[in-house]
Ligand binder design. Structure first.
Ligand code: ATP
Ligand code: AMO
Length: 432
């Protein structure tokens, strides 16, 4: 048997056709003289209606024996029906039970019984059978697709850089150490140094979509220990240009998801709006004033506290940039401002109270970079191979990293970042 249709394609227009469906037994209602089986596949549900008077006694007995979450193939006739959920039902002619499910289930796949996120993640394969859970991954997939298309259309080259690395990039505290033969190594926390080196290689425009590993000890709704970062780097350009491409990419992805993920968005009850461009830019100094005026303490030179992010989120548009961050609180590779070196060329893209991307124009002058590495208390020796790239003709460049899961939260309305990862890694979870 070959599947001829997915349930979502079974419409009244194909009334009378014989089709083959495959999926799982979602629910069974046995009313004695008639049995209703709800068959679920990736995209939907359909009612299989077996009246004892219309199907053979053997088939009726087979259907009677079905149990929840068994894997089923059904050959049957499409029948228009005002009483069935989608206006159509299937009158079965033959069924094949491809596999049975152990019962009771560790998790209710109909979603009628509430389950805590930990219980759900423990049985994630079952949890993902729920359409309001899988919808998030359909949207995430479309988002990646759209971003790749967009970047390719702009002449960006997709690259892959190592995840087994010798040193930190984002400040030394958030690394996972591993054993690399006789040496210590780390899981990469950002492709930062590599994507910059590609600028020195003349690749001009690169992007990478790959995991980053961060030993964040805290347990929040927006931090993962393994996340996917969408990294972009562009040569012969600056932070303004980098922000422009980022906001264009964000809008393109939202437009695309809106157009192609109608069903998933409906399932999640999310109404996406394509934000207007340009996104508002607020400077770090303006942010301090806004936050203070909301009664939240914030001093110059501090990163945004959670309370500050929340206060800001209340007054700003959905998407906005924070610019002119103090040079002192940004990584060594960030270019100090040309007019005032205390105000850097770094920016963050925010969605309400959530930081979704950080970026900057980078330091491309070798001596300044070396000085900044030293000033941050880092050992220049661990950066020697990176630094060498700046001695032999490094063009000015800029770029950013966009957190794929955080952006997925914006697209799906998920409140917990774990919802946007198939098998999340957090402080307490390393399985499944
Ligand atoms: P960065 O680009 O700086 O790494 P990020 O998006 O990874 O940013 P963090 O800087 O780790 O996020 O956190 C953002 C803000 O949230 C920080 O200013 C920090 O003060 C705050 N924060 C982080 N963890 C917690 C926590 N467990 N409880 C409250 N606030 C937190
Ligand atoms: P940053 O450290 O801000 O910048 O990371 C970029 C973006 O990655 C996402 N992100 C995370 N998402 C979930 N869990 C985490 N623990 C986590 N950490 C980061 C966020 C964040 O905005 N090298 C720079 C980027 C650049 O300048 O190009 C960097 O890594 O959405």
């Amino acid at each position: 048997w070959r599947r001829t249709h997915y349930t979502k394609n079974v419409k009244p227009e194909i009334n009378g056709e014989e089709i083959v469906l495959m999926g799982w037994v979602h629910e069974i209602r046995d009313l004695g003289g008639i049995i209703f089986v709800l068959l679920r596949d990736r995209d939907g549900l359909i009612q299989i209606t077996a009246p004892s008077k219309k199907v053979s006694p053997e088939l009726f007995e087979e259907i009677k024996k079905l149990k929840k979450e068994g894997v089923l193939a059904v050959r049957g006739l499409v029948q228009e029906s005002g009483k069935a959920p989608n206006g159509v039902e299937i009158i079965p002619e033959e069924i094949k039970l491809l596999n049975e499910s152990k019962l009771p289930l560790p998790l209710d796949t109909t979603g009628n019984t509430h389950a805590e996120i930990d219980t759900r993640l423990d049985s994630r394969f079952l949890d993902l059978r729920k359409h309001n859970v899988s919808a998030i991954f359909k949207i995430k997939s479309r988002m990646f697709h759209s971003i790749r298309n967009f970047l390719e259309s702009r002449g960006y080259l997709e690259i892959n850089t190592p995840k087994l690395v010798a040193s930190a990039t984002e400040g030394g505290t958030e690394l996972f150490p591993i054993t690399y033969f006789e040496r210590e190594a780390f899981l990469g926390q950002s492709p930062q140094l590599y994507k910059q080196m590609m600028m020195g290689s003349g690749f001009d425009k690169v992007f990478e979509i790959a995991p980053i590993f961060r030993a964040e000890e805290h347990d929040t709704l927006r931090h993962l220990n393994e996340a996917i970062s969408i990294d972009v780097e562009t040569a012969f350009t600056d932070n303004e240009d980098a922000m422009n491409i980022l906001e264009e990419l964000v809008c393109k992805a939202i437009t695309d998801v809106k157009e192609h993920c109608e069903d998933a968005l409906k399932t999640l009850e999310v109404e996406l709006e394509v934000p207007e461009t340009p996104f508002k830019r607020v400077t770090y100094d303006e942010v301090i004033d806004i936050v203070n005026s909301k009664g939240v303490a914030m001093r110059h030179g501090e990163d945004l506290s959670r309370a500050a992010e929340k206060a800001l989120g209340e007054v700003m548009d959905d998407y906005y940039f924070i610019t002119e961050w103090p040079t002192s609180i940004k990584p060594f590779y960030v270019m100090p401002g040309f007019e005032d070196p205390e105000k850097s060329c770094a920016f963050d893209l925010m969605y309400k109270d959530l930081e979704i991307s950080s970026g900057a124009m980078r330091v491309h002058q070798h001596d300044l970079l070396l000085e900044k590495i030293k000033k941050q208390g880092l050992n220049p020796d661990s950066f020697s191979r990176y630094l060498a790239a700046f001695e032999y003709g490094m063009p000015p460049h800029a770029g950013w990293g966009l957190g794929a899961e955080r952006f997925t939260m914006c697209l799906t309305g998920a409140k917990n970042i774990r919802e946007t990862v198939l098998f999340p890694r957090d402080r307490r979870r390393l399985t499944p």
